[in-house]
Design a protein around this ligand. Structure first.
Ligand SMILES: Nc1ncnc2c1ncn2[C@@H]1O[C@H](COP(=O)(O)OP(=O)(O)OP(=O)(O)O)[C@@H](O)[C@H]1O
Ligand SMILES: [Mg+2]
Length: 250
């Protein structure tokens, strides 16, 4: 398998102490989160940071969907009871779990060499990562742009390799589509790991992997790339052996 392309950000992209963090406003307001822009200003230079803050949503954590079992799985009995009884403590517990889950996933993928925004730190209701954009203009999502066919073919190849790298780190994105891929300096940057699952232990991992590949492929098909989803699944490393335990238990 080809080596990962050079990292998106130099290892020293983030200014060190002493610095001032200056809020620069809201970049995007989504259904479940708000992404804020923050300028970290040091004596000599400034780094731009994106802070994803999760909204408190009564319904979100309570989706009674087996595909979220990975998020539901951890935690003690008191927490489990509170969540089940939908108490305030339960709300907070599940909120914290979601944020922690996304942060941990981002960090793991970054370390595995997947093209994601470098993680910075956790904050009270979310986490911080490198801002992907030029000046204070955020990079567009793939959905917002049309790639020419030749570029689309190359980028589709890259995206398949990114999915493969994720799988090698035992992660399935779970919500992959052109909405969650930023286009920046000729690179596809994967974001939004709120629905990621563990590829080894999660019962729906293979189903989610197939859905990720299909949804991601559909953008590139629109851009004129001829795609055989079965071949793509082979490229990303899907195989009966990898998911054998899941097949047995289904
Ligand atoms: N690191 C980043 N740099 C620049 N822009 C970002 C970054 N992270 C997120 N964004 C922008 O914020 C949007 C929302 O982020 P994300 O997809 O993680 O959250 P979400 O809760 O799924 O939001 P939505 O409901 O809009 O899908 C992204 O589509 C992207 O435009
Ligand atoms: Mg999203």
């Amino acid at each position: 398998m080809p080596e990962a392309r050079p990292p998106l950000f130099a290892s020293d992209w983030l200014v060190g102490a002493p610095y001032d963090d200056v809020p620069m406003g809201v970049l995007k307001t989504g259904k479940e989160s708000e992404v804020h822009l923050i300028a970290r200003i040091g004596p000599e230079r400034t780094s731009l940071i994106a802070e994803k803050r999760f909204k408190e949503r009564r319904s979100r954590g309570f989706r009674n969907d087996y595909r979220y079992a990975g998020v539901w799985g951890a935690g003690g009995r008191r927490e489990a009871r509170a969540i089940r009884n939908r108490t305030r403590f339960g709300q907070q517990a599940i909120q914290a779990r979601w944020i922690d889950h996304e942060w941990t996933t981002l960090t793991r993928l970054y370390e595995a060499g997947v093209t994601v925004p470098p993680p910075v730190e956790q904050v009270a209701d979310g986490y911080r990562m490198a801002f992907v954009g030029d000046g204070d203009r955020a990079a567009p999502r793939l959905t917002e742009i049309d790639l020419d066919r030749e570029t689309a073919r190359l980028v589709w190849r890259e995206v398949q390799l990114e999915i493969r790298r994720m799988l090698e780190a035992d992660v399935v994105h779970g919500d992959l589509s052109a909405f969650n891929v930023l286009w920046w300096r000729g690179r596809a940057v994967l974001i939004d790991f709120s629905q990621a699952v563990d590829a080894v232990t999660h019962p729906a991992a293979r189903e989610l992997l197939v859905r990720d590949v299909e949804r991601a492929a559909s953008y590139f098909v629109r851009m004129g790339v001829a795609i055989d989803v079965r071949a793509a699944l082979a490229v990303v490393g899907d195989s009966p052996a990898r998911f054998a335990s899941q097949l047995l238990s289904s």
